[in-house]
Ligand binder design. Structure first.
Ligand SMILES: Nc1ncnc2c1ncn2[C@@H]1O[C@H](COP(=O)(O)OP(=O)(O)O)[C@@H](O)[C@H]1O
Ligand SMILES: [Mg+2]
Length: 244
């Protein structure tokens, strides 16, 4: 069964009433989100509101307790992380997962299951260049600055040339120069037709760089809209400042 509306290609991700519980905690609660195609969208909400859990559901790392989700109209629930990745959904992690004992270049080459090593290496070098890390290609990832490691993880997620990119707090702890590089590259990917969903705490980044924003609170979608709509949404303000 294909998702309604997605057939026309309007929504790249169509999340329908997804739920995830951990014991007594409902981390994601009956959450429905439609992400338009070719957009930079933000996913925000207080700590513990379920943002990372939702990414884990979308990438198959966690099995949902209910609900459905469609990518380009195709049902995705039940697929393995590998299958989801191969379909074109890639991500970064809130806590960096680069291989510290591998060089920057090796980190990128390692994710590819493609047989053509020459092609993989070329793509890896291009991507390192894309985020100004080419001169550090032979440096151990563990020796890179925190911000450089985050950029490395960002381009590692691009090795598969995904159509959807899920970024979990990509800007946290990244200095201004590298942050500007990251934001510029996100814009470029948007220009290439990709859809990017960003979890981010830095409100300046969210408000200035996201075209549409989804707000979670206690695992529920409490608001969605344009940045200026979200900024003056009472429920959002309450979620951020009203919590004890
Ligand atoms: N693996 C887990 N086991 C138990 N509880 C979890 C697990 N992952 C997340 N949670 C809980 O689910 C809720 C949502 O967490 P999370 O998705 O990490 O929020 P966010 O990314 O918005 O900060 C929190 O209450 C958190 O403690
Ligand atoms: Mg998180």
């Amino acid at each position: 069964m294909r998702a309604e509306g997605a057939v026309a290609g309007e929504f790249i991700l169509d999340i329908q009433a997804m739920t995830k519980r951990f014991g007594g905690v409902t981390a994601v609660n009956n959450c429905s989100i439609r992400v338009p195609r070719n957009i930079v969208a933000g996913l925000i909400g207080p700590n513990g509101s379920g943002k990372t859990t939702l990414f884990n559901l979308l990438t198959g790392l966690l099995r949902s307790d209910g609900g459905d989700y469609f990518y380009k109209g195709e049902p995705m629930v039940g697929l393995t992380p590998h299958e989801i990745f191969n379909r074109g959904i890639s991500r970064t992690f809130q806590i960096i997962r680069v291989f510290r004992e591998m060089t920057a270049l090796e980190n990128l080459v390692a994710v590819s299951r493609d047989g053509d090593l020459g092609g993989v290496r070329r793509r890896a070098l291009e991507l390192l260049d894309f985020v100004t890390l080419l001169r550090l290609k032979d440096e151990y990832a563990g020796n890179l600055s925190y911000g450089q490691q985050k950029l490395l993880e960002f381009v590692r997620a691009l090795m598969s040339d995904p159509e959807v990119l899920l970024l979990d707090e990509p800007a946290a702890g990244v200095n201004r120069t590298l942050l500007n590089t990251l934001l510029d590259r996100i814009r470029q990917l948007r220009g290439q037709g990709k859809s990017i969903l960003i979890v981010e705490h830095d409100m300046k980044v969210v408000m200035n760089h996201c075209e549409k924003i989804f707000v979670l609170d206690y695992g529920e979608l409490i608001a969605e809209g344009l940045p200026e709509e979200i900024q003056r949404n009472e429920q959002v303000i309450e979620a951020y400042f009203g919590h004890k």
